[in-house]
Design a protein around this ligand. Structure first.
Ligand code: URA
Length: 444
């Protein structure tokens, strides 16, 4: 076997055997295959794709390139959720405590921001004292006590993915479905959960803006998960406009607490109930979707979800008082109101542009080493379908007062809004559910 032959084989549209994929991944991870040959192979995959068996093999080789987390010391069925990333997507912060309050077990490893999208670990770190850097034993202990834990992905998890992702990032091979699917699933499978619910975003703010690509990605990931014996389902959900109203770390934590207390935005609440029902059903809690949904809703009403969030924060070293008093979250130096220049209806709030505006304002990192100002972000006052009068508040920018960031961020945020005279209904949020049985289009 030699690398040249394998690149040529893929370039010519042939499929690679399990042994050939193993040769490539192991050779690259151990430095025997140079970057330029791996880059050529990745580009061949971009043009020629991979079949389901190749995707599964690639994923499992990446899983075995590092440590797999053994969650067997945690009693019961462990369920995980993964979002392909969006703007204002703070779902995990609401979903995990609610599912745990209903009897589910959520042992989750999360990432930091990626491109224009935020990361759960950064969001959690805006809670004073909160830690996400626990050992496996501490992770297991917290999950056994609280039925939920969220920690940062360790460097030993699927290291081949880390190396390949870095190369993809500089060779225009990030947006390749078999590569995205194997990258995400290698980390999910190595993290050890028994069941996985995938939230695959579509729309302007998603990595797969086109619905058909999102469906293809979801089918590929479900195929990989089911193929290796993990219960896996996926939902295709809308990311044309941001989810909820808050974008930015501390602001998103506040909105999550509001949602756990029953006063969150309707779209975020709906998504939490949809994904949460699936997680409960996979865990064997509840017989049917309406029953699971009602159980989750009851734990918003009786505040059991909020209490579970408090217990989780305390177990991970954070200040649990934040659940009653969100004023202890980092507060920005200054706020800027963005007003509408015209009257009409909001017809669009481009999620990608809002994400980029938040990043321009300083809500994200400019370089890998940057520390984030966790207080910075944007709160939308108007979303698609809302009527608006000239001079009325569209959004509030939470800033550190640096005008060299404020001016371009305001411009970008204003450009994200489309306001017209005709009413436009909000875009659909829950578009399809994908399982081993196929694709079911939904009317959400
Ligand atoms: N997220 C990942 O973890 N990998 C990808 O390839 C894309 C998004």
């Amino acid at each position: 076997m030699n690398t040249y032959e394998l690149i040529k084989k893929k370039r010519d549209g042939e499929s690679l055997s399990t042994k050939e994929i193993e040769y490539l991944i192991s050779g690259f991870t151990h430095g025997r295959i140079p970057d330029y040959q791996m880059a050529a192979f990745l580009m061949s995959v971009y043009f020629k794709g991979m079949n389901a068996r190749e995707c599964r093999d690639l994923t499992m080789k990446m899983v075995h390139s590092g440590e797999s987390v053994d969650l067997s010391p945690i009693k019961g069925f462990k369920v995980d959720k993964h979002s392909t990333g969006g703007v204002g997507d703070k779902t995990t912060l609401v979903l995990a405590p609610l599912v745990a309050a209903c009897g589910g077990i959520v042992a989750k490893m999360s990432g930091r921001e990626l491109g224009h999208t935020g990361g759960t670990v950064d969001k959690l770190e805006s809670i004073p004292g909160m830690r996400t850097d626990f050992t496996r034993d501490q992770f297991v202990d917290i999950t056994n006590r609280v039925h939920m834990s969220v920690i940062a992905q360790t460097a030993t998890l699927a290291p081949a993915d880390k190396l390949i992702y870095a190369l993809r990032n500089v060779t225009a091979t990030v947006d390749v479905i078999p590569l995205i699917a194997s990258s995400i699933m290698s980390k999910k499978l190595a993290a050890g959960a028994d069941g996985i619910v995938l939230d695959v975003k579509t729309g302007a703010g998603a990595f797969t803006p086109h619905y058909t690509d999102a469906v293809k990605l979801a089918k590929t990931m479900v195929g990989i998960g089911e193929g290796v014996g993990r219960k896996t389902t996926a939902f295709i959900t809308g990311m044309a406009q941001p989810l909820g109203c808050a974008i930015g770390n501390a602001l998103e934590v506040k909105e999550s607490i509001d949602t756990l207390n029953g006063s969150g935005p309707p779209d975020l609440t709906d998504l939490v109930l949809t994904l949460g029902s699936e997680m409960l059903l996979l865990s064997g809690i509840g017989q049917a979707r309406p029953e699971a949904r009602a159980l989750l809703k009851s734990h918003i009403a009786n505040k059991k979800g909020a209490q579970r969030f408090k217990a989780f924060i305390e177990a991970q070293g954070g200040d649990p008082d934040v659940v009653e008093n969100t004023d202890i979250l980092p507060r920005s130096k200054t706020t800027i109101s963005l007003e509408s220049g015209r009257s009409g209806f909001v017809q669009g709030v481009d999620a990608l542009e809002v994400g980029m505006a938040a990043k321009t304002l300083g809500a994200g990192r400019q370089t890998k080493e940057d520390a984030i100002d966790l207080s910075i972000g944007i709160v939308l006052n108007k979303k698609v379908g809302d009527p608006v009068r000239q001079g009325e508040l569209l959004a509030v920018l939470h800033s550190d007062g640096d005008t060299s960031k404020i001016d371009p961020a305001v411009k970008r945020l204003l450009g994200a809004y489309t306001i017209g005279t005709e009413y436009m209904a909000p875009p659909k949020l829950i578009l399809a559910r994908i399982s081993g049985d196929g694709v079911k289009e939904l009317n959400g």
